[in-house]
Ligand binder design. Structure first.
Ligand code: NAP
Length: 243
């Protein structure tokens, strides 16, 4: 596991937006950030899907989160502009976590429509959201952080990982390009490969695996905390592993 021990007040006063916050790693990150003092903006497909995470935050005694409903498969340019206006103020952190696995199939057998769908959610929406929220991130009073979520197959291609692998390579490319543009500013961009983690996506990718063999989302949080807090202020353009 990534070795980092976050002090309790690491993210005190920071406003952080997490996409795909309804479940899995996104929900765990939202809880971990709130537990370290952050104010959360939870982005999900619809408000109902976010209710569970919002309730978990409340049950743990954390500040109420702002909920943002945005279906990343169907959102258009105007939706991203409206979102930035609705949020207002500034953001100190943005965790791009939402993703689609898509079909586990050979390139030859991957329907073009499914390829496009995965690229829409995993790449185009990530680009559009980054672009829309950069002005808010630039308004952060201190250092600010954009964290992208990659995968092992976003760093080395693997048979039958179809559009998902390609989308994660593109994610790394977007991260590197943005990081180079941000060099020398208080804003930084990095990526995390969570590694095999006990979620619905993992179960869909490895249906025969005993889920207990891989860590729960809450166990892989050290690197998520590290990249959102001031201890990583000088880290930019890096591809890190949670495990
Ligand atoms: P998950 O359990 O499948 O959760 C995916 C999240 O993305 C959900 O919150 C889901 O929302 C959201 N999402 C999907 N399509 C969306 C859309 N159109 N609009 C808005 N939200 C949408 O996945 P996970 O395992 O936690 O994965 C989190 C991240 O880690 C992903 O980027 C994934 O690629 C990466 N990753 C995971 C593993 C692993 O082993 N778990 C390994 C490597 C990388 P709904 O609840 O509304 O569907």
């Amino acid at each position: 596991m990534f070795a980092y021990h976050a002090p309790p007040g690491l993210l005190q006063g920071r406003r952080i937006l997490v996409t795909g916050a309804s479940r899995g790693i996104g929900a765990a990150a939202a809880l971990a950030y709130a537990a370290h003092g952050a104010q959360l903006v939870l982005l999900g497909r619809d408000r109902e899907s976010l209710a569970h995470t919002a309730q978990a935050l409340a049950a743990a005694g954390h500040a109420p989160a702002q909920l943002v409903a945005l279906d990343l498969e169907h959102a258009e340019a105007a939706d991203y502009t409206a979102l930035a206006a609705e949020l207002g103020g500034h953001l100190d952190g943005l965790l791009h976590n939402a993703s689609l696995l898509g079909p586990r199939a050979a390139v030859e057998h991957t329907p073009a429509s499914e390829f496009a769908r995965v690229m829409q959610v995993n790449v185009n929406a990530t680009f559009a959201l980054t672009r829309a929220l950069l002005p808010l991130l630039r308004k952060a009073p201190g250092d600010a952080s954009v964290v992208f979520t990659s995968s092992s197959v976003g760093r080395k291609g693997r048979a039958h990982w179809g559009a998902y692998a390609v989308s994660k390579f593109a994610t790394e490319g977007l991260m590197q390009t943005l990081a180079d543009e941000l060099a020398g500013t208080p804003l930084r961009a990095n990526s995390i490969n969570p590694g095999g983690t006990r979620t619905a996506m993992r179960a869909a990718a490895y249906p025969d695996e005993d889920p207990q063999r891989v860590p729960a989302p809450a166990q892989i949080m050290p690197v998520y905390l590290y990249l959102m807090g001031p201890d990583s202020a000088a880290v930019n353009g890096q591809a890190l592993n949670a495990q």
